[in-house]
Design a protein around this ligand. Sequence first.
Ligand SMILES: [Zn+2]
Length: 177
Amino acid sequence: MTDSRVPSFTAELASFAATGRLGALRCGASLAELTAQYGAPTAWGRVFHQDRWPRWYSYGSLELILCECRRLKSLSIPVWRGELELPGPGVGELRAVDSRITESRLTAALADADVKWTVLTYPNLHDQRTLRFTPSEGVWIEFVLVDRETYDEPVLDDWLLCKAGFWSRPHDCPKTG
Ligand SMILES: [Zn+2]
């Protein structure tokens, strides 16, 4: 199905960086909200062996962490895996998106969305840099870029998006009983 109303994944990522929302996926979204929008996510179990919560879930390629009060705390988009499947548009549906996104395309889309970011570089990781966004207080989005397709490949002039996601400041979950 082609639907011209659905923006390209690059534009979706720019909007995600600007608003902190990727569709219904945003920091603090409840499991009930997400289930109403996309169907029940796949449950993968505990993040920490010794604690019942938080827990991992997934929608297609997207990896989610929900806290004890069943709210979305972190989202990871493993772009390096190649073709990505995102939830939607319908309940229980998945849609494939082109995940090969160059830095120039990404930053052009970010400029269009009028969003500001800081660039993080690492003294001992010359083949990687991170664009960091703060869409709201206590929520951070990062887009990690790498300098080549795989280790065997030559270094590219235009770097590639490797992973994206958000995380948030921990909170004390209200007792759910
Ligand atoms: Zn909580």
